[in-house]
Design a protein around this ligand. Structure first.
Ligand SMILES: [Zn+2]
Length: 211
């Protein structure tokens, strides 16, 4: 009999005590949390103007690492979207615009300066520094965020921590997951289980059809 007890749930992190589950199954859930559950991250950047000290590539990389609020119900993975458009559509990508100018001696451009076309899809924190501008320098760009998976690039990992440890009592394990902020930690675990089940079903069908 499988028993699950919530030892802690702060929204951003969750610790579950698992009983009656083999360690390998619990570890599969942990691994799915890291590499299979999708989350939103900036993937394509069109730089229109950049007179800052950062190269375009560095700026694009910094944008990619900004954790973004993710709505898994409204957005599709680009490869699963029915638009079939390599540029994406409103169901598989979100446009961000950044238009910043150095107005004082040093202007710090932060994630809060990114303007999203979808109010629900925005940086988790507004205070992440992106680039510093001296007076007169400017950065103007368009950035496209999309869903992706941690196995493609770490920027798409929905959690910063997913750890499996031995529980206090014999035969129990503690699964601790800390969200990167895109959506609650408990949702990361639930989605991981859903995707693991989907994969197992695919294997079941494939084995049944194998000759
Ligand atoms: Zn689409």
């Amino acid at each position: 009999m499988i028993k699950v007890k919530v030892l802690e749930d702060t929204g951003n992190s969750v610790t579950l005590q698992l009983e009656g589950i083999d360690r390998s199954y619990a570890n599969a859930v942990r691994r799915f949390c890291i590499s299979e559950v999708p989350s939103m991250a900036i993937d394509d950047v069109v730089i229109l103007e950049n007179s800052s000290v950062l190269y375009d590539e560095i700026l694009a990389h910094r944008l990619g690492m900004v954790p973004i609020k993710t709505d898994l119900e409204r957005y599709n993975l680009p490869e699963e979207c029915d638009c079939g458009n390599p540029l994406g559509c409103h169901k598989c990508r979100v446009l961000f615009v950044l238009d910043a100018k150095g107005k004082e001696k040093v202007t710090v451009v932060t994630s809060g300066d990114l303007v999203s076309e979808d109010r629900e899809v925005r940086p988790v924190s507004e205070t992440i520094p992106l680039v510093k501008l001296a007076f007169g320098q400017s950065v103007k760009l368009e950035a496209y965020a999309r869903l992706g998976r941690g196995k493609e690039h770490a920027k798409w990992q929905p959690c910063t921590v997913a750890a499996l440890t031995d529980g206090k009592t014999e035969g129990t394990f503690n699964l601790m997951v800390e969200s990167a902020g895109g959506f609650p930690a408990r949702q990361v675990v639930l989605k991981a289980i859903e995707l693991l089940e989907k994969k197992l079903n695919e294997i079941q069908v494939a084995v049944g059809a194998a000759k």
